[in-house]
Write a protein that binds this ligand. Structure first.
Ligand code: DAH
Length: 359
């Protein structure tokens, strides 16, 4: 038996030497010193020995026990130190590193496009004006030369405010065009302003949302004419779509507040279901515009015999979808973080036509 124990002990000592983690070492400890371990078994078997042998064999077993205990303790200390060193290394913090910029939020594409459009028109000398979402029927329609029976005044398209007086109804503005009149009344002429903001129509399907965004533009002076409008919109589209050349088509149209009126299409092509702006045989409508109707100039408190100007209005969601290849309007308003993370923009960058609109 003593030889057997000696060989078991030397096997365990070898295992202790190569154990590389605390769990492995604990297993060896149980095998050596546990209740079912070899030392316990050997001590138990002492009873079966002749009395004269018990003492010396007992001493021998105890000395094996001490050897194993010491080896295990020493190894545990080594493993503990190694583990602590590794943890300290992993958790090391280099305080000399510059602070990391962690930007969790993203700018919604609507905010980004408004910032881009604003930056481009600011470069052309336009200021930004604003008007309220809840607007008078007078400014939303009458001052903009809508005849009393114009279909846009129907309940069908317009959200009328329930409690507003019948003789002076209030509406959720159906477009940003009332800001034209507000700006003229407030600032007079000459004037160059754009007016981004929320607009509302009672319409909800794949391509319409009851709340959406527009950007209005107005320029008035004594000799502003249609070629100024064309040049301004050409420059805008080149800057916005970041292309040297964009074909634009001015298609005759009708708006009560402009005469003549036009809708502007941008040249595009479709490849594998993808829309490519700026070239090809197709056209895509991007905005409405025209020369301001004399009645609107008069609504703004100016003499239409003295002043003339142009105006335009565009849909922000549409611009965003065209520029950034976003196929669906609906997720714009879902507030879904995955979507914003994918389609959103760095929150702390300011678009600049000179530096680039997107960072
Ligand atoms: N207000 C028009 C709309 O909501 C857009 C528009 C067209 C605005 C022509 C204008 C303009 O200023 O001149 O559809």
């Amino acid at each position: 038996m003593p030889e057997e124990i000696a060989s078991e002990v030397s096997r365990l000592l070898e295992a202790i030497a190569v154990a590389d983690d605390a769990a492995g070492l604990e297993k060896i400890r149980l095998e050596a010193l546990g209740r079912k371990g070899i030392i316990t078994a050997a001590l138990k078997s002492l009873g079966g020995l002749p009395p004269e042998a018990r003492r010396s064999v007992g001493q021998e077993i105890n000395s094996h026990k001490t050897t194993l205990q010491n080896a295990i303790e020493a190894k545990a200390e080594i493993l503990h130190t190694a583990e602590r060193d590794a943890r300290m290394k992993a958790e090391a913090l280099d305080v000399s590193l510059p602070p990391q910029r962690v930007i969790a939020g993203k700018l919604h594409p609507i905010s980004q496009v408004i910032a881009e459009v604003t930056a481009i028109f600011a470069d052309m000398g336009f200021s930004v004006a604003e008007g309220p979402d809840i607007e008078s029927d007078e400014l939303n329609f009458t001052a903009l030369n809508f005849p009393p029976d114009h279909p846009a005044r129907e309940m069908h398209d317009t959200f009328y405010m329930a409690d507003s007086p019948e003789e002076a109804p209030m509406v959720l503005r159906t477009h940003t065009s009332p800001v034209q009149v507000r700006a003229l009344r407030e600032y007079g002429a000459p004037i160059r302003v754009i007016a981004p903001g929320r607009t509302y129509r009672s319409d909800h399907d794949m391509t319409h949302s009851p709340m959406f965004h527009q950007i209005e533009g107005v320029m008035i002076d004594k000799s502003t004419h249609f070629a100024h409008l064309k040049g301004c919109l050409h420059d805008f589209c080149r800057a916005f779509f970041e292309l040297d050349n964009v074909p634009l088509r001015f298609r005759p149209s009708f708006f009560p507040f402009t005469e003549p009126s036009a809708e502007v299409d941008i040249g595009c092509s479709r490849q594998d279901g993808r829309l490519i702006i700026g070239s090809g045989a197709d056209w895509m409508e991007i905005l409405g515009c025209g020369m301001m109707h004399p009645n609107v100039i008069a609504s703004g408190g100016l003499d239409p015999a003295e002043y003339q100007g142009f105006a335009f209005g565009m849909g922000v969601e549409r611009l965003a979808m065209l520029k950034y290849g976003m196929p669906d309007l609906r997720p714009f308003f879902d507030g879904e973080p995955h979507w914003t993370r994918h389609y959103g923009f760095p929150a702390l960058e300011t678009p600049s036509p000179a530096r680039g609109l997107r960072i």
